[in-house]
Design a protein around this ligand. Structure first.
Ligand SMILES: Cc1cc2nc3c(=O)[nH]c(=O)nc-3n(C[C@H](O)[C@H](O)[C@H](O)COP(=O)(O)OP(=O)(O)OC[C@H]3O[C@@H](n4cnc5c(N)ncnc54)[C@H](O)[C@@H]3O)c2cc1C
Length: 393
């Protein structure tokens, strides 16, 4: 494992090229651009389009389907740099990992139909519908149903916090196809579907935006006898939980990489401000009470980055990496939050002025201790699956 996981010099060079190119692209969309998006709850269509046409959002799509055929290691660099630039990767990150469900579980016909269009930016697959208002983290208890009627599935139920759906052509939906009391295990009887959002809206799907703390364009969804073609089943009927689970490790690693980017953004800002801001006739950063917390937060971010890199490499090598992906997400989300807190403290009152951008990033990075999975659920995973302790729920 040790030798396999070492990143070769050639790969390091490739990653550096990606890093520089993403940085250059992001530099065209400065922090005021993101401040305006946040203020207006706007969607950065031009940024997402450029990211797609430049090939960065399609790094994980194999070359035969029009993508770059790279791995999560490279995809992590893309996400990290977006966040480090002050941008908000939450507007587009799902395209990378939701696409993986089609790649790993779609039929050849689905892959040929969807993946090249996603790679080119002709179709956006940025939305996944899992969470429900009454069941939350207890995913396998979800209540949305999909019943097969002839050559269609009929969907009924409700979802909450479904992000970017208004800016997405497709959504991957998780619904129950066999009732809970008729399956041996709770994880059975769930299925995943590709939903054509534009065709569904107003024809059995009602989409209602949720006013929220961050600009994730999250919505409530109401399904009332929505009919979809049976061929939109993704993977095998009843095995949808595996489709979702298989995507989760990549999702966690990519989100963790975003947190590393956020953390580095906060450290850059805090150390620069501590050096230039003069109070009591000297830079505030000359005080250990100001510089030590920044140095500590930096140390935490860099430690988390190592776990992110390890999890990404294991994922790309096809090794089981549930524990590493979860630990990377937890460590990185805590480190970015700690760095954000220090950055706020270092800026004193100016931290609260929107033009300094810190409070926006502070809100954005807070999400990742809750979504896509909360820290407690990660701790229970590690306790049960790594440390062999009893299941706690
Ligand atoms: C901005 C935003 C965007 C989102 N985007 C999407 C999306 O695109 N698609 C989607 O499907 N979902 C999305 N989500 C939902 C997100 O994944 C959930 O909010 C998250 O999984 C937690 O579920 P919950 O909010 O129902 O919390 P709950 O499950 O109600 O949990 C509340 C708290 O209780 C704790 N808790 C619950 N059970 C236990 C236990 N057994 N032991 C210890 N602690 C426990 C949790 O850790 C958490 O801190 C989004 C959420 C937000 C806020």
């Amino acid at each position: 494992m040790k030798e396999d996981s070492q990143i070769s010099n050639a790969k390091q060079d490739d990653m550096e090229h990606i890093r520089v190119a993403v940085r250059q692209l992001c530099a065209k969309y400065g922090e005021d651009y993101w401040l305006n998006m946040d203020r207006s709850s706007g969607y950065p269509s031009d940024f997402v389009a450029e990211l797609t046409t430049s090939g960065f959002l399609g790094v994980l799509i194999p070359e035969e389907y029009g993508g770059s055929g790279l791995g999560v290691v490279e995809a992590s660099v893309v996400m990290e740099e977006i966040c480090r630039s002050g941008a908000h990767a939450g507007v587009c990150h799902a395209q990378m990992y939701v696409m993986g469900s089609v790649l790993r579980h779609g039929s050849e016909a689905q892959k040929r139909h969807y993946l090249p269009k996603i790679a080119k930016g002709e179709l956006r697959l940025q939305s996944f519908g899992v969470t429900e208002p009454t069941t939350g983290s207890d995913t396998t208890s979800l209540k949305t149903t999909a019943r097969k009627v002839g050559d269609k599935y009929v969907i009924n139920g409700q979802k909450v916090w479904i992000s970017r759906i208004e800016h997405s052509d497709l959504m991957v939906l998780l619904a129950r196809t066999t009732d809970l009391d008729k399956v041996a295990k709770k994880t059975e009887g769930l299925s995943t579907f590709l939903i054509d959002v534009k065709a569904a809206e107003g024809n059995g799907l009602d989409i209602r935006p949720i006013e929220s703390m961050i600009n994730h364009h999250s919505c409530e969804l109401f399904f009332d006898d929505l009919e979809i073609p049976a061929e939109n089943l993704l993977g095998e009927e009843g095995k949808g939980f595996k489709v979702i689970l298989d995507g989760m490790n990549a999702e966690r690693v990519l989100i963790a990489a975003e947190c590393v980017g956020d953390g580095r953004y906060f450290i850059d800002k805090a150390s620069a401000y501590a050096t230039e801001r003069v109070v009591f006739n000297r830079p505030i950063g000359a005080n250990q009470g100001v510089q030590f917390p920044i140095a500590r937060a930096y140390t935490q971010v860099e430690a988390a980055a190592l776990m992110v890199e390890k999890a990404a490499q294991m994922f790309d090598l096809g090794l089981p990496c549930g524990a590493e992906a979860n630990m990377a997400k937890m460590l990185a989300s805590e480190a970015s939050w700690a760095a954000g807190d220090v950055c706020m403290q270092t800026h004193g009152g100016f931290a609260f002025a929107k033009e300094y951008h810190i409070e926006r990033k502070f809100r954005e990075t807070r999400l990742y201790q809750i979504a896509p999975i909360s820290t407690n659920l990660i701790l229970s995973y590690v306790a049960e699956h790594v440390l062999d302790m009893p299941r706690s729920y």
